[in-house]
Structures are given as C-alpha cells and as structure tokens.
Design a protein around this ligand. Sequence first.
Ligand code: WTA
Length: 665
Amino acid sequence: MKARRKQTAPPPPEAGEARIAALLAEKRLFKASAAFRRQANCRDPNVYARSARRPLEFWAAWARELEWARPWKKVLEWKPPQAKWFVGGKLNASVNCLDRHVRAGSRRRTKAALLWEGEPGDRRTYTYWDLYREVNQFANVLKRLGIRKGDRVAIYLPLIPEAAISMLACARLGAIHSVVFGGFSAEALKDRINDARAKLLITADGGYRRGSVLPLKQYADEALAACPSIENVVVVKRGGQEFPVHIREGRDHWWHRLLQDAPAWCPPEAMDSEDALYILYTSGTTGKPKGIVHTTGGYLVGCLATTRWVFDLKEDDVFWCTADIGWVTGHSYTVYGPLAAGTTTVMYEGAPDWPARDRFWDICERLGVTVFYTAPTAIRAFMKWGAEHIQKHDLSRLRLIGTVGEPINPEVWVWYHETVGGGRCPVVDTWWQTETGHILITPLPGLTALKPGSATFPFPGIAAEVVDAHGKPVAVGGGYLVLTRPWPGMLRGIWGNPERYRAAYWSRFPGLYFTGDGAKKDKDGYFWLLGRVDDVLNVAGHRIGTAEVESALVDHKAVAEAAVVGVPHEVKGEAIAAFVTLKDGTGHYDELVEELKEHVVKKIGALARPERIIFSADLPKTRSGKIMRRLLRDIATGRALGDVTTLADPSVLDTLKGRYAEDAE
Ligand code: WTA
C-alpha cells in the first residue's frame, strides 16, 4: 500500500514545538491519504444523512451481521428512560465472538484471536479455535461450581488472557460478569462484590506491574473476609514461587486444575437481547460507585459497528487497545468489539515504561500492530519521554491511531499524528463513556477531515447536541453535551438502583440523556469536548468521584471534613488536591499528609492517591452549608477568585489561600 513507509525508510522526525506550532497555525484540516480513503470500510459520506433519516434501519443492518438464535421482532421500544433494543431477539455474545468465526472456515479458525504479552516478556497466542476451546472448558468449570444464568461473577485479574476467557465464559452461560480493575484496593473490591452480590470470584495469585508483583489473591482474601455472597474462588496461577498464596480448602480452586478435566464443549445459553451481559462500576457524584448495567444485543451491535467503522479493521489487521480490562474500553475494544469483528486483538499486562520507555513501540514492532488505540495521558507521557524511544522502532505497519478517555489538546494531537503516526495515520479521537457502552462521537477515518483536539461528529445513527442551561440546542458555542435519542449500547440502568439511574442521567434535562460533559460546537458543526461539568475527576484517564475520595478521607479518625478538587497536571491531565479539616482543630501535621494519602489508597486504590493535602481550620461554604468547590479549585490552581457573594465566612478564603501557597513552596 502506498501509504505505508518502506521498512528501510528513515523514521519520521519528532514533531518539535516549532513544527507543532506551525502546523496548528496553518489551521488546515488533516485528511487521510487518497489510498487510505479508497480502502476505508466506510467511504460513503451519505451514511450520515441516511442514518439520521432512518436510524433504526441503520442499526438493524448492523444487527444482521451478528448471529441470532431467534430474530428480533422490533428494533426499538422506547419508554423514556427505558430502552429495549432488538426486542424478542435471542443471541449469545460468546457465540458471536467465537463460534461464528470458528465455523467461518479454516482461515478464521486458525487466525490469531489474541496476542498476549506479559510484563516479564512471556508471550501467548490464542487462535480463534484455542480461545473457543478454553472458553467452553471454563464455562463448564463455572457450571460445575454452580454458576447459572443471571448469577453475578466478579473478576479481579491482571491483564492476562484468563480475563477475556472468564468474561466470555460468563457470557456463554448467561452469567453477569463484574470486572474490578486490578488496581483497586481490597475495600473497593469488597464493596463491588457486595453491591452485586456476586457468587464467585475469579482472581490470580498475582500480576506484574513495573517489575514488582501485585499480590491480588492477598487483596482478594482481605476483601472476602466480608463478602458473604461468595461461594467459590477460582485462582489463576500467574507466577511461580514469587506469588505465595493461601488456598482455603473448599472455597478456593486453582484454575489449571479445574480446567484439566473440563469437557471441551459447553452449549451456549440463548440470551434475550435485553438480558444483562455485565455490570461495570464507575464513579459518579456520590461516594458510592454506580454499577452500570449493559445488556447483550444492542451492546454487541454498537461495539461491532464502531469497531468496523472507527478502527477500519480488515482481515489482516492487528489491533491494540492499550486499556486495562477493568475499564469499559477494555470490555468494548479489547474483547467484545474486536472479537465480534473477527480481528486479532493485542493484550499487554504491564507498564509502558517497563523495562524501558520504548516497551509499547517494541510491542507494536514485534507484533506488527496496524491499529493502535490509547489515552491522552499515555501520549503526554510519551511526549515527555522523548521521540527517541519511538524512533528506535519500525512502526511502518501502523495505519491508524486513536485516543480515548479525556480531551486531547491540539499540541499533543499533532505530536501523536506526526511522531507516532509518521504523519500518515489518521487520528480518531473517540468520545464515549462507561454508560454509553461504545464510541459515540468520533471521526470516520476514511471520510472525516480532522481538526486536532476535536472528536468531530456523532457516529452515524447517534444524535448528540450541545445545549444551554435550559436544554435548548446551541448551534454554535458552548454548553452541555446531551444525547437526544437512545442508542443500542446505552446503559439499561444502575444495578439495584433504578431511581439513581433516572436522577443521574435523565433529570437535568427532561427527555435528554445528560453526559456530565461540557462541549462546544464550532461553525462547521465539529464537537469539542471540554471535560466534566459535575463532581467527577479524570485522573490519568480514570474516572474518580470527588465524593469518593472525600468519604475515604473522612473515614480517617483524624479528619472532620474534606473537600476534593481537580488541579491541572502535566501528564495525568488532572490531579487530586484535598482540603482537609481535622477534628482537633487546625494544624500542619506533616506526618499526617502521608498517612491520609495512604488511607485513600487503602480505601480506593493507588489511582486515587491525592497529589496534595492542605489542612485548613475551615472550608468555604455557602450559607446553606454547601462546600464551594469552585472556590477551592480557584485557590488550588492559583486563579483569581470567582464570585464570593454566597460565601458564609469570607475570611476563610484568605486563610486557605495563605495555607495553600505555603504548602506549595
Ligand atoms: C471523558 C471512557 C474528551 C469524558 C471511555 C467522559 C473524553 C468520561 C473522551 C468517560 C474524549 C472520554 N474527549 N473527553 N475523546 N473520551 N472522555 O466512563 O469526560 O471511564 O464523560 O469512559 O471520559 O469516562 P469513562
């Protein structure tokens, strides 16, 4: 293909500051090469108009690509805020991700479904046939342990193939999986297991992260001390003697032992299109994470459509989405989307800078990655580490690169396009959420003229608007991002809490789904995402509720009150600053700072560790007693103070400002 560089060509130069500035100053649109456009999966610009006229037909056409045990009777039943997609249809997600390809002829059957690499360098390759067999076997194991349709299974694993196998095995039986990110603490795991009342936990002896071992089974044991619903635990042996584990007879079982004599075929459960496929916990504006519920038919349709059109995947592509399986991106674009599309998907267990800062590029070169999808926080780190780590490797097979998770600033976008993409790969900046299930705002790489920093347009079949405070659409300008029509992969609710579902998403603007994000639309109709407008932080692409961190802090015996805000951070995008009032009055206790940070790590996980803790005798509050976070944010970022007319005791501010400045020195 013309667009690909020859193996011998010199690597592209790093886009330095001057070049980035010059490219941005040109204000040109970045278009894919003619060769890319010619081969693109979606090259018909009429798809937007057509799908807007007949969105249900558009989605039904995608649904027909899947295999149904019984066809649907009706595409959509919409009783706001409850949507049902492909009503009456029956299907199984594991059949669509595996059996369908295994039956499609020897080429697909023996094709690599999963290329996995562990952090220490161990590698495993699963063909579709291999994966199909292991999923069937493990489904039989789960069955033998009493797991049935509708039961909840918690998965707390490192990024190893068993994570995908566990998810698909649950799907085969119709059990609902709840994956908990391996970076979450024992307490966070316990809360999630108990909220879902999971019957079984799948974990591992440990996992590797930056050369050291995360003792997952040990954390799991701590959690299980207070998880009465768990009957059995399956433990994957990830390592050797490095991972000493305690096995409790009768409750804990080694994965490899159970698999030894498990039958190779497990009949799939025909699931109703609207049966739950999984629960995934995410942060909201209260201290308690929300169990987002996704169902089977619509979710798979949305994942398949976006995987094919946004990532432009062909039979020979090797697709690497770098997200951990503990986040929705890992669910939709490491497992369900790529496997439904019959792609080769890549999984890497460890850190991007282990053993060196070129680990990702080394993997891209050795595995021949063609489409690469990562987060802006990672790109900012790569940029800081310098282009030499990239230039060491032949990345000429890359043909498309993407980002997700937070707004990407135009400079970083251009650097990514030039330095990683060699100036030839289109960049797909994809906006979506745990709740949306799949990508909703995104370029179509063969069609869309790109503007660095803009996620461009709603995917065909998706209706999004920017609205003002009254819910009125803004033609050009800023406001709140809402979705005005249901879409196939949308969440169907919050596990065990229908009222919160309504309140969190459907009450701000009646009849519209409120995303919690600010956005603006420019004169050409491009969408620009501006970050959260609620009390949710985005730290290194991870969603963390300010209220969660606050309740973790208040849980400490010395703390009377806490208020948490996000402050800009060069690599993480946002970092956590916490203002804390102590029970025995004010004081500047250095040793307490570390203790409180550790306490948050213990309650939530390392991802929520506050960057700064500032003690204060008081917190600024409105007369009705609400903490004025906006003011704290202004203090923490050193900005001029906003409106203080509602402040109960204005002198609090001066004290706080002084304290923060002192702390920053
Ligand atoms: C943010 C991750 C700007 C946004 C898939 C959203 C983005 C939250 C983008 C969801 C993007 C995600 N540009 N912001 N391309 N993608 N976000 O649930 O604030 O972990 O509401 O899902 O991430 O985070 P979540």
